[in-house]
Design a protein around this ligand. Structure first.
Ligand code: FES
Length: 101
C-alpha cells in the first residue's frame, strides 16, 4: 500500500525499477528505501530473530534498532529502512546472524 495523495504533502519518486525479494520479482521506485518498496508490496517480515526465529520487521524506520536487517546482494546485516532501492537488487530474508555468500 502506498499513499499517493495527501492534502498537504507532495510525494515525488524516481523511475520504476525491478528488484527481487527471495527470488520473486517486485517493483519499486528508485531512490525510495528497500523497506518502503517491500512495505508497498505487502511484505512485513524482514528477518528472523537469532534465538527464537520469530519474525521481525520495521520498528524505528530510521536505522537505529536493527530490526530490519536483511541480506542485500549477498551482504548480510543491511538495514533496509535506510538503504536505497536500485535496479536489480536481490533482497532476502535474513535468518540468524547472516552469512556472507
Ligand atoms: S527499522 Fe530500525 S534499523 Fe531499520
Amino acid at each position: 500500500m502506498r499513499i499517493k495523495e495527501h492534502p498537504i504533502l507532495k510525494f515525488e519518486h524516481g523511475k520504476k525499477v525491478k528488484f527481487y525479494y527471495n527470488g520473486t520479482e517486485l517493483e519499486g521506485y528508485e531512490g525510495e528505501t528497500i523497506a518502503a518498496a517491500l512495505h508497498a508490496a505487502g511484505i512485513r517480515t524482514m528477518r528472523e530473530s537469532i534465538h527464537l526465529h520469530r519474525p521481525r520487521g520495521l520498528f524505528c524506520n530510521i536505522g537505529n534498532c536493527s530490526s530490519c536487517l536483511m541480506v542485500v546482494d549477498g551482504m548480510p546485516n543491511v538495514r533496509v529502512c535506510v538503504e536505497k532501492l536500485r535496479e536489480g537488487m536481490r533482497v532476502e530474508t535474513q535468518r540468524g546472524k547472516g552469512e556472507l555468500k
